[in-house]
Design a protein around this ligand. Structure first.
Ligand code: SAM
Length: 961
């Protein structure tokens, strides 16, 4: 009878082969912690070998954990794991020797000679081991993936212990990361508290392992501190850490996880396992360029995704640093340094600009001394400190200028002083908290960074201080937070308001990034440069007008770089952003700036591509094999159009930008006295459907199109003279009868509405009780516990919302179900607040429905639309006021009649989707645009020559925007 191959059955053939090679080899040896698979020795060296069968990397990690335990017992650091594929269980046992020795296995080898993981047969592995043993040659390299795999497992292990601690201990630990939870939530894209809490604990485990790992690497590389040792108490690990913080690196160790861990055997054992793992995988042998990546990749993927708001894409960071750092001695600051990616890029750029005259270690400390990073989040300072120190681990970094503070407070500190000392971590935060005292009763340090008063974040005092000198920086590089100010905690908004010098520059409506731009006033030297990652909104809108004016009037803009393929330079950002580089020098009348669109996916570019791109943009490289679209603008032209610079920077392709702005210019010139801007009083919000459920209780959606009812609740079924009959989606059995006396016409969604006249497309609005309305209320999302619903209120608010015309406020221009964005009807109707009501007389409404849906209106939408990754485009009130409409009072009667005639002619025509209309130049699209332009005075020849180019450009922008 044949038996299946097991792990145990493999020991004998492996043992035998080792013996053939002259090893003393035995299997199934009892140890204090279990039974090890194979112990091989030769001369005075012994090797622990664990054998596993199974697919997936867990097996090798399991084997490693076991091997490490036995290694301690046998006082050796040499461990080997051999992981056979699951399929060998099916192999014939008759050929056991061959199967055991010749099957390709996934192996892990960590010996004093070599540390690596690879796919080889056991025979090859043992031959190699023997050769290494005999030659006693040490290779001095280690496979980074193996180190990441093994140490990641350590993070997982300690994390699972931490997660099971009691609630109080967990809260204490979490405080270290989230600080004041509100602020942390406001700064991160994820708003769910439980997800953040889970992430915070993983981050804690990561930070702790980082601290141990950093200690180990530094100790091995510099030889300036003793080795990481196993411990019997948490205090012992703390004293070890003190050895490194005596040198510096306080920002790495200031997040004092150890002091908040409860003292118990599980924790101590787990920490000792981490030490053993770190020692055995030898991370100090990871290639020097990859140390930063090691720390980065150890952060579990899920956590990294949540923390993306604290990171910048490294390619973008290299491009930006390349564009703003000219000199190896440039003094650089990042006032919102996050994980420090931009500063690492700055360091590398300084290296590139160095002529190589100084020694590496001197250079390292010089560069580090010239680089300053600040962040309000302690863990960000930890990451920055690690990343900067990792640039050269052999040299002790004794001048790390990384601080934790609300950097914006520097505007106060530097208002009447030349310089400001960044003191130890805790005291620095205290100054920020003092600002809160007036508003809240919390007076301790922890009131700002923490939800609970659980003691100081860091205990040590008498730390080194470093100085921020006013207007001393050559370069300010930053990817400031894009968070909406509305989402910031109230108490922080009050703090922002108190930064008078900043508010004077940027106004008090802009989001946080505007304040960081204003802070440049206090940091940058004359002639210095700033390079910021900024949201595209810097180019338009009222809230950003002050900061836009400040930059346009005081700085000479050098480069604006946008990405045509990836949405954002920031990791995982929803908002389109740009790299913005400017010099602190008043612009001259002939100052020119370069606008560049990188038509490459950022993730497909290497760091050396990034270097080439910035050199190409600067003009230091004349040729490049990447798709870059470059044009130049005169700053004075931007100054003249300062209200809205989107026509310059909003486009996705410079060629289309040129076509569209020429067309816009032509329309403006020709129709100048016939056009006017939409006025504030022309527009009213549609019916506000809040709280949740109100919309479900009021709108009945007509179901003439396939997708119209997708998000509907009440759906039209049929009607007779007196009543409308409706069903709830998914509840086919019940038909609700709503008397027509309780119904008004409505327009709930533009989905699948392919004509711009909606007389025959209207939905229904319920404004009075109907039989079983209580039952409908119960099934709706309306929360009757919190609010009371009654149709009387609805009637009162909705009657002011009747209109002949709407424009969509939130819609998806590239959706196959969107054909128009302005609609009108002879009958008055009630729209929800996803539309803006246009309060125009009926004729004017019709004329402007045509105009806004024509190529001229769509052009404006393209140039104004919110650029975000979301499917929906938001046309904000301020944007709406930038749109032109035809002023019917300025048009002669004949023109108005002709326009109304065109409306009548096309009103029942069904148009394709907006993107199809432009891509395929559809018949209806041409009918509308040709005739409209003609009525407005353009010649047929003009129209024929212009439209194809404009359609092509709009089509491109619709698809890629
Ligand atoms: C987009 S991240 C920066 C990413 C960073 N450049 C990088 O490459 O890793 C923005 C940072 O601003 C920090 N921040 C927000 N408000 C701040 C303030 N008032 N003072 C200092 N830092 C602040 C956040 O904690 C976050 O780390």
């Amino acid at each position: 009878m044949t038996t299946r191959i097991t792990e145990r059955s493999l020991y004998a053939p492996l043992n035998n082969y080792l013996k053939e090679l002259g090893f003393n080899s035995a299997s199934e040896i009892k140890c204090s912690k279990g039974q090890l698979d194979i112990l091989a020795s030769k001369d005075d060296k012994c090797y622990i070998i664990e054998v596993k069968i199974g697919d997936g990397k867990e097996k090798i990690i399991q084997g490693l954990a076991q091997a490490l335990r036995y290694a301690k017992d046998n006082d050796t650091g040499n461990v080997i794991v051999i992981n056979y594929p699951e399929s060998i269980r099916e192999e014939d046992t008759e050929n056991l020797d061959e199967v055991a020795l010749m099957t390709v296995t996934n192996t892990f080898l960590s010996t004093e000679y070599l540390t690596e993981t690879k796919d080889v047969s056991a025979k090859q592995l043992f031959d190699e081991l023997n050769a290494l043993h005999l030659s006693k040659r040490r290779t001095g390299i280690v496979d980074i993936n193996l180190v990441i795999k093994a140490i990641s497992q350590s993070i997982k292990n300690i994390n699972s212990i931490i997660k099971r601690l009691n609630k109080k201990d967990v809260e204490q630990l979490m405080d270290l990361i989230t600080g004041k939870l509100d602020l942390f939530v406001a700064l991160s894209p994820v708003k769910k508290k439980d997800v953040i809490e889970d992430m915070a604990l993983t981050l804690i485990s990561y930070l702790l392992v980082n601290q141990m790992l950093f200690y180990h690497i530094f100790s091995k590389k510099s030889g300036r501190i003793p080795e990481l040792e196993e411990i019997d108490s948490l205090d012992e690990l703390k004293s070890q850490f003190e050895k490194i913080t005596e040198i510096d690196y306080k920002s790495i160790y200031q997040i004092d996880v150890i002091s908040r861990l409860p003292e118990n055997t599980r924790i101590i054992n787990s920490l000792n396992d981490i030490t053993a793992t770190i020692k055995v995988v030898k991370p100090e042998l990871v290639e020097h360029d990859l140390i930063g990546r090691l720390f980065h990749d150890l952060l579990p993927y899920q956590t990294r995704k949540i923390l993306a708001a604290f990171y910048t894409n490294p390619v973008a960071a290299d491009i930006l640093a390349g564009l703003c750092i000219d000199n190896s001695h440039d003094k650089v600051i990042d006032p919102a340094c996050g994980s420090g990616t931009l500063l690492v890029s700055a360091y590398k750029q300084k290296q590139r600009r160095d002529n190589g005259s100084t020694t590496k270690s001197l250079l390292h400390n010089q560069f580090i001394g010239e680089i300053t990073g600040m962040d309000i989040m302690p863990f960000a300072a930890h990451l920055t400190a690690i990343n900067l120190s990792s640039m050269n681990m052999k040299t002790a970094t004794d001048s790390l200028n990384v601080g934790v503070m609300d950097t914006l407070s520097l505007s106060k500190h530097l208002q009447n002083r030349k310089s400001y000392d960044i003191k130890e971590f805790s005291r620095e935060l205290q100054t920020t908290i003092d600002l809160f005292k007036k508003h809240s009763r919390q007076t301790t340090l922890t009131s700002f960074t923490k939800s609970h008063s659980t003691g100081a974040v860091t205990a040590d005092s008498g730390d080194r201080t470093f100085q921020i000198t006013k207007n001393s920086f050559d370069v300010i590089i930053a990817n400031p937070p894009f968070s909406d100010r509305e989402k910031m905690p109230n108490e922080y908004l009050k703090v922002l308001d108190s930064y008078t010098p900043l508010n004077e520059i940027c106004g008090s409506k802009v989001n946080l990034w505007g304040y960081f731009l204003a802070l440049n006033e206090f940091l940058i030297r004359d002639g210095g440069t700033f390079g910021f990652v900024l949201p595209i909104n810097v180019f338009r809108g009222m809230a950003t007008q002050d900061i836009r004016d400040y930059i346009l009037d005081n700085y000479t803009i050098k480069y604006v770089v946008k990405n045509g393929k990836s949405v954002a330079f920031s990791e995982n950002s929803q908002l389109r952003d740009v790299l913005f580089v400017a010099e602190n020098k008043k612009p001259r009348s002939d100052s020119m700036l370069k606008f560049v669109i990188i038509n490459e996916d950022l993730h497909s570019l290497s760091l050396s591509d990034a270097g080439n791109i910035s050199e190409y943009i600067r003009g230091e490289l004349t040729d490049i094999d990447k798709d870059l679209d470059v044009t130049q603008y005169r700053q004075s032209e931007l100054q003249e159009n300062r209200e809205n610079l989107m026509p310059y920077f909003g486009v996705m392709r410079i060629k289309s930008g040129k076509v569209l702005s020429d067309f816009k210019f032509m329309i403006k010139n020709r129709l100048k006295d016939k056009l006017r801007k939409i006025r504030q009083e022309d527009t009213v919000e549609g019916f506000t459907a809040s709280p949740a459920g109100v919309s479900q209780m009021t709108f009945i959606t007509n179901n003439y199109g396939g997708n119209r009812t997708n998000r509907a609740f009440l759906i039209y079924d049929h009607e007779d003279d007196d009543k409308v009959y409706a069903k709830i989606r998914g509840l086919k059995s019940e038909v609700f009868e709503i008397p027509k006396t309780s119904i008004r016409p409505a327009f709930r969604t533009l989905t699948d509405v392919h004509s711009f006249n909606i007389d025959n497309k209207l939905d229904f609005f319920i404004e009075g009780e109907f039989p079983k309305s209580d039952f409908v209320l119960e099934l709706s999302k309306f929360n009757t516990q919190k609010h009371t619903f009654n149709y009387e209120d609805i009637r009162r608010t909705s009657s002011a919302k009747l209109t002949h015309m709407v424009v969509a406020r939130r819609f998806s221009p590239h959706s196959p179900n969107t054909s128009h964005f302005a609609f009108s009807s002879n009958t008055e109707f009630i729209p929800p607040d996803t539309f803006k009501i246009m309060s125009l007389d009926l004729d004017s409404a019709k004329v402007n429905t045509l105009y806004l849906n024509s190529v001229m209106g769509i052009l404006n939408i393209i140039l104004l639309k919110e650029q975000s990754t979301g499917r929906l485009t938001d046309i904000r009130q301020n944007d709406l006021l930038l749109l032109d409409v035809l002023d019917t009072e300025k048009l002669d009667d004949k023109t108005v009649d002709e326009l109304l005639g065109l409306y009548e002619k096309l009103k029942d025509e069904e148009f394709d989707s907006l993107s199809q209309q432009f891509a395929r130049k559809t018949e209806n699209r041409l009918k509308l645009d040709r005739r409209l332009l003609e009525i407005l005075g353009f010649s047929i020849d003009e129209v024929e020559s212009i439209l194809p180019r404009v359609y092509e450009a709009i089509s491109y922008e619709l698809v890629s925007g």
